[in-house]
Design a protein. Structure first.
Length: 256
């Protein structure tokens, strides 16, 4: 006797989403000339190589779309095949390509892409803010698709991680972009966290922003326990941690 499943098993992998897969591959390959430019161009901007920022964005976006590609493989084939989805993903892809072109162009010209209120760059900064919200909304759209299968603890964890990525990232990124920089306060010594470079003296909005964007990676780890209470507790704890760091940064204080 056979039964039909209404939701896929967590480890039942279906065909990858071609649009997301191709986008991830393009972002990764497009990073290669940026890496070459980074090695050949010695110009500095605010103490860093001018090509470091676009290189970081290529990496971050490749991880973002690559993760979504892998998650999409856990949903039934045909989940993302409607005409409305094709139009939406086309808009998202255009936003991602526009972001990369904008940041790369600023690097080539040796100027700032973010917090730049001069000339055409001020207009582009506003437009790219809209593009950033649209590309981040992809995590929400996919999270809602997983929410339909939330009876399974692992798929619930993926749903919550994706939804929180959008809900936490947008207000934090919006707050950061509306100011004149990512620091709140004036550091005296320039002391920073190792590797990540977050300030240990004053409020730094980059830390809560980093946490928010990685909810899609950290919360799903709780799903491996196979327990819905563990998933909910992890999602709640992660949200509290992110908001705590955000509140501390707004007060001009380091996180710890």
């Amino acid at each position: 006797m056979t039964t039909s499943l209404t939701a896929p098993h967590p480890w039942a992998v279906f065909a990858p989403n071609r649009q997301l897969g191709n986008l991830t591959l393009f972002i990764a390959l497009a990073a290669l000339p940026v890496m070459v430019a980074h090695s050949l161009d010695a110009r500095l901007f605010q103490g860093d190589n001018v090509w470091l920022k676009p290189l970081k964005f290529h990496l971050a976006l490749a991880v973002y779309t690559g993760t979504l590609t892998l998650f999409a493989m856990l949903l039934p084939a045909g989940t993302f095949t409607s005409r409305r989805w094709r139009i939406y993903i086309g808009v998202v892809i255009a936003c991602i390509l526009a972001e990369l072109a904008w940041i790369g162009s600023a690097a080539a010209l040796g100027t700032a892409s973010h917090f730049n209120a001069t000339g055409i760059w001020a207009t582009l900064y506003g437009l790219m803010g809209v593009a950033a919200v649209l590309l981040t909304s992809l995590s929400l759209v996919m999270g809602l698709a997983f929410w339909k299968h939330r009876a399974d603890p692992f798929l619930l964890s993926v749903a919550l991680g994706l939804i929180l990525t959008f809900l936490l990232t947008v207000p934090i990124a919006g707050t950061m972009s509306s100011g004149t920089g990512h620091l709140i306060g004036t550091p005296l010594t320039g002391a920073r966290f190792p590797l990540m470079g977050w300030s240990t003296e004053v409020g730094d909005l980059r830390l809560p922003h980093f946490l928010a964007t990685h909810a899609m990676h950290l919360v799903p780890l709780a799903g491996l326990a196979g327990s819905r209470p563990v998933v909910w507790a992890t999602a709640g704890g992660f949200t509290a941690l992110t908001l705590w760091c955000f509140a501390r940064a707004l007060m001009g204080l380091p996180p710890f």
